[in-house]
Design a protein around this ligand. Sequence first.
Ligand SMILES: [Fe+2]
Length: 467
Amino acid sequence: MMMKRGILFSQANNFFPRKFANIVKFSTTNNTNTKAVATNIIQGGEQINITWSDGVCSDYHARWLFENCPSIYEKQSGQKISRDSPSFILKGGYDTDDKTNNKQKLTIEKANILDDGDKIEIKWPWDHTDLTIEEKSCNNKSIFESLNLKKYSYSNDVLEYQNKHFDPLDCALKSTDSVPTISYDEVMESDEGVFYWTNHLNKCGLCLVTGMPTIPGTIQTVASRICPVIETLYGTTFDVRVEKKAINIAYTSEALEPHMDLAYYESPPGIQMLHCLDFASSIVGGESTFIDTFVLANVFKTRYPDAFEAFCSIPATFQKSHVEREHPAQMFYQRPHISTNHNGDVNAVFWSPPFEGPLKIKSEDVDKYYDAYDKFKYLILHDEEFQKRWKIQFRLKPGEMISFNQRRMLHGRNGWADSENGGGRHLQGTYLNIDDYLNRYRYLKYKYDNGTLGLENIVRAGNSSFS
Ligand SMILES: [Fe+2]
């Protein structure tokens, strides 16, 4: 089994986008040899340019350095200590009568390279003896480790590299690719196994767990290896099987078009797992289907730019309005189907036709919305070229559990003819919170993949984060 995992993991490493390999020197991965070799104060002291030992140069604003001075992070908790603005310190108080908002600009007085380039000292234009007790955290100098300062460089080329070094389009599974797999034993026996599991989830959006006991409730034990399962309107676990009085179409043998669950929540669950407890070989149909929304939204953007714009700005209504159930539901949420970040990159898609409510939008937007809606739906359901290339489809076997990032991967299933006793296909499901999953993944990556701690450990999870 270890060999199998190794093969899969090496496949995952091949996802590295080759087009950015030539600027790998901007990588934020560990480089303990980072040293500063020269500094140049520019823009009248409002910025500094630092040349590093590998020849790379980085610019920093004085205000950025002031706000990120290591001394203002409390040592025990790592939390940032609140303090007044540089303008306040320079003026000795806020001038509330200043109608021009003409704030005094912070400038760097001097920069020194210390410890053979391992550290940089920035001198501020005030005398620390003038500071009040509350301002003591703001000394008249800030000392940075070169390693950390370079790690958090925000030069354009660094931002471009970081924006692309995990491009979900490079990692998306095609319909002809094998679904990444990990065994039940691996994820139960070690945290390293959980790392491989979450690493697949992070890169491809889904991972199959094999060799699980077909015992109800096992899913909760396995899912908890990542983080605690969450309780929703459907409980902590839910059973997907044919029921006589179904409260959800999922509890019938009807086909389910690709969708995300609980889109009417402010924060829909992140990871969904479906453990196959029973799937009679006599059943024809019932295959699981998946579509990567990063691919979907980008194809949509390229092919129909106006419709894409409409889907990014006009809010759809998602709802669960059903009170004749054990847990009465009156849940509503309005948001556009697609969300983008400050670079215009797609960072979330919300698509759940069974849980759409009445549109409440401007009259002039109605036609634009439905035109975009038809195009998006056509792509998901009927565009042959897209389906052939990107629709993932497979049949679960008893003892297998599909885990997937349901903020990224739309899921569905083919319908099947119901057997006389209403049984024959039984999946048990559960959800994890997206933040707790990402938290666990980032730490495991640090621990088992020579990773780094901190913001640069970027993950694209389809959860609206701008990173
Ligand atoms: Fe679903």
